[in-house]
Design a protein around this ligand. Structure first.
Ligand SMILES: Cc1cc2nc3c(=O)[nH]c(=O)nc-3n(C[C@H](O)[C@H](O)[C@H](O)COP(=O)(O)O)c2cc1C
Length: 194
């Protein structure tokens, strides 16, 4: 048996398998599954270990709470109401220790959310993040206190049939996923003009 660690450069299967569907099946997502996602988020790194992320969620079973979260979505994200669960990610904008602005708060909420998305993938779930929601309405409807800001919403569930979607969502759902080439994104040593 080899004692050296294999140094693979392959993109991890979890990362390769994650994507953001719009068509969700009506299979339910449980509170335990959602807690597993937030547990993964809990272990993300953060500036000063402040853990500035907070989450509010509802599974479809909890009809009133699910409806309340759904009502915060903008029209273009109505497809998310078919998901098994919805959540809002929230940032604590000031540091715990002296209240000064934490300029990494949203960054760290993103890191925690990244953990959550990969955990979902590992559990056979899919999650789709959305910036298209009414943050002021979220604050008011969900009782988010001063010093905290709603960052994004997420829909969680099992992939559904793309044919169930109206156009242009169906076409988007079936289109190949696009990414910028790596040489436009990562530079060795100094900034490179394209
Ligand atoms: C912060 C954030 C906001 C987003 N907002 C929306 C949105 O409002 N509606 C939507 O359909 N998708 C939204 N997306 C999903 C992106 O469009 C999607 O992640 C991107 O197209 C890449 O596709 P993939 O996640 O399948 O790799 C958002 C994603 C993030 C991270």
């Amino acid at each position: 048996m080899s004692t050296t660690t294999e140094k693979s450069t392959a993109t991890h299967t979890l990362i390769e398998s994650r994507w953001s569907p719009r068509a969700f099946s009506n299979e339910p997502v449980s509170g335990e599954q959602m807690e597993a996602l937030f547990e993964a988020a809990r272990w993300a790194p953060s500036a000063m270990n402040e853990q500035p992320w907070r989450f509010i969620y509802a599974t479809r079973e909890d009809e009133a709470a699910f409806e309340k979260l759904g009502s915060i979505l903008l029209e273009g994200n109505s497809w998310a109401r078919q998901a098994g669960a919805l959540f809002v990610s929230i940032a604590k904008t000031g540091y715990d220790y002296d209240g000064s602005p934490n300029k990494h708060a949203w960054h760290d909420v993103g890191l925690a959310t990244g953990n959550l998305l990969l955990q979902a993938t590992g559990m056979g779930l899919h999650a789709h993040m959305m910036g298209g929601f009414d943050a002021a309405k979220a604050k008011q409807a969900l009782g988010i206190p001063e010093g905290f800001e709603a960052v994004a919403m997420g829909a969680v569930g099992y992939v559904g049939d793309p044919e169930s979607l109206p156009e242009p969502l169906r076409t988007r759902e079936l289109a190949p996923r696009q990414r910028k080439p790596l040489n436009e994104l990562a530079f060795k040593g100094e900034w490179k003009q394209q």
